[in-house]
Unconditional design. Structure first.
Length: 327
């Protein structure tokens, strides 16, 4: 199935087309904010709307553009918008024009109340607690709070003869400083995490009843891309790798009949009713010409998150559909 003749189904009608690594936030002001990777990988954009549906056609504002050279000049990926300690922060990954795979996590800060019209300043690389993190291909930093502590989780490659992308966790001293050394949280140990590339990346936090969960994305960025799940008791020491468990099977994967391929790099948020929703990206076809990373048609979709026995359930049947759309 290719881009020219892919099957239109009720499930693969995008929320926002050609926006990968989607991040949605409902702020205390009741409004919804949206950011994502753009196909050109050259800028960071924000949308804002009073309603979730309004984000679809909301004006898109460029709040930051890549540098012409040096750090933060290539591969502007996976921005996330957070409101922390009375200011706005955007975490994102970027490479360098002369070394395009020298990917590292960076941060922007906006002290103004309005992140769309406000002034964003570059914080740069988050401050490390030791010399062992962010030394190789590092990306997809997210932050979350649990039991009064704030944590950062990100993906970082290690070179052991084969490049492997693991997930790491550290406690934060403040929004741009790590308070502890990094701890290995997860590595691609199962076969479905090792297709074409050995990858764990794109962590996303969701809170349950007495438990905390991190979804993540695995394998290469084509149809094999899928979502895994880590979980721990909320009262446990989250910096202890033994506190975490990993689901044996992916919790969301390609479904050819529904026309959704390579789902992953998601985010979670609650709507005005308190319902957990997930934004994620996928393609409506699997035949990709060239490197899947540069195929522009990773669209943003929305799904309602259901719960069973205290665990989140991800099911395409819970996709939010948009009448009249043809994908």
């Amino acid at each position: 199935m290719n881009a020219a003749n892919y099957i239109h189904t009720p499930y693969n009608r995008p929320f926002i087309p050609q926006r990968a690594d989607p991040y949605v936030l409902r702020h205390a002001d009741g409004r919804y904010y949206f950011t994502a990777s753009v196909p050109e990988y050259d800028r960071i954009v924000l949308r804002r709307a009073d309603t979730l549906a309004g984000l679809r056609d909301a004006e898109e504002h460029v709040v930051w553009t890549r540098h012409e050279g040096g750090a933060m000049s290539m591969h502007i990926w996976a921005p996330e918008l957070h409101w922390l300690d009375g200011a706005w922060y955007i975490y994102f990954a970027a490479g360098e024009r002369d070394d395009i795979w020298r990917i590292r996590p960076y941060a922007l800060r906006c002290a103004d109340a309005d992140p769309v019209a406000g002034r964003w300043e570059e914080i740069g690389l988050p401050e490390r607690a030791d010399d062992f993190c962010f030394n190789d291909f590092s990306l997809d930093m997210t932050v979350f709070e649990n039991r009064g502590s704030r944590y950062a989780v990100w993906a970082e490659k290690v070179n052991t003869g084969k490049k492997i992308s693991n997930l790491y966790i550290a406690r934060l001293a403040d929004p741009t400083r790590l308070a502890t050394p990094q701890v290995l949280l997860s590595f691609p140990s199962y076969d479905w995490e090792q297709v074409d590339f050995w990858v764990n990346e794109g962590p996303a936090f969701i809170e349950g009843e007495g438990k905390v969960f991190l979804t993540y994305s695995a394998s290469a960025t084509g149809a094999c891309y899928c979502m895994g799940l880590l979980y721990a008791d909320a009262d446990d020491d989250l910096l202890d790798p033994n506190a975490w468990r990993k689901a044996r099977r992916p919790v969301l994967a390609t479904d050819a009949e529904k026309g959704l391929f390579g789902p992953g790099h998601n985010s979670f948020f609650k709507d005005e009713t308190g319902q957990w929703l997930m934004a994620y990206h996928a393609r409506p076809y699997d035949e990709i010409v060239g490197d899947p990373l540069y195929d522009p048609n990773r669209h943003c979709y929305l799904m309602r998150v259901n719960w069973r026995d205290g665990f989140p359930v991800f099911d395409y049947e819970a996709n939010i559909t948009w009448p009249g759309d043809r994908g």
